[in-house]
Design a protein. Structure first.
Length: 108
C-alpha cells in the first residue's frame, strides 16, 4: 500500500476484501484512521468548550463520552499514550485534553 494516501487504501479494500486478511495492511489502515478519528474528536472537544466542559473547566458527562470514544481504538494501537490518557480520565481538565491533542498532532 502507498502510505499517506487513504483514498487509495479505501479503494483497494473496497475492491479486494481479501486484503483485510493481511495483517500489515490492516495495521497501517487502522492506525492512521484511529489516530485521525481521535484527533478529530479531541479537536471537537476543545473547540466547543461550553458543550463539553463545565464552568470549572472539567469534562462533563457528554465530554467524557466523546473523549472515551476518541481514545478507545487509539489505545489499542498506540499503547505509549496510556499514561497520558489515564491522566485525562482521572482529572478531565481542559488543559489535559489540550495537552493530549498537542501530543497526538505533534504541535506540543
Amino acid at each position: 500500500m502507498i502510505e499517506g494516501d487513504e483514498s487509495f487504501a479505501l479503494a483497494i479494500l473496497w475492491l479486494d476484501p481479501a486484503l483485510l486478511t493481511r495483517r500489515r495492511s490492516v495495521e497501517w489502515f487502522s492506525v492512521s484512521s484511529a489516530r485521525e478519528e481521535a484527533i478529530r474528536l479531541l479537536r471537537a472537544l476543545v473547540s466547543d468548550y461550553s458543550s463539553f466542559f463545565d464552568s470549572r473547566g472539567y469534562l462533563n458527562s457528554e465530554g467524557r463520552k466523546v473523549f472515551e470514544r476518541a481514545v478507545r481504538s487509539l489505545l489499542s494501537e498506540e499503547k505509549w499514550l496510556k499514561k497520558s490518557v489515564s491522566r485525562v480520565r482521572k482529572r478531565g481538565s481542559f488543559e489535559d485534553v489540550f495537552r493530549l491533542l498537542e501530543l497526538l498532532t505533534g504541535t506540543g
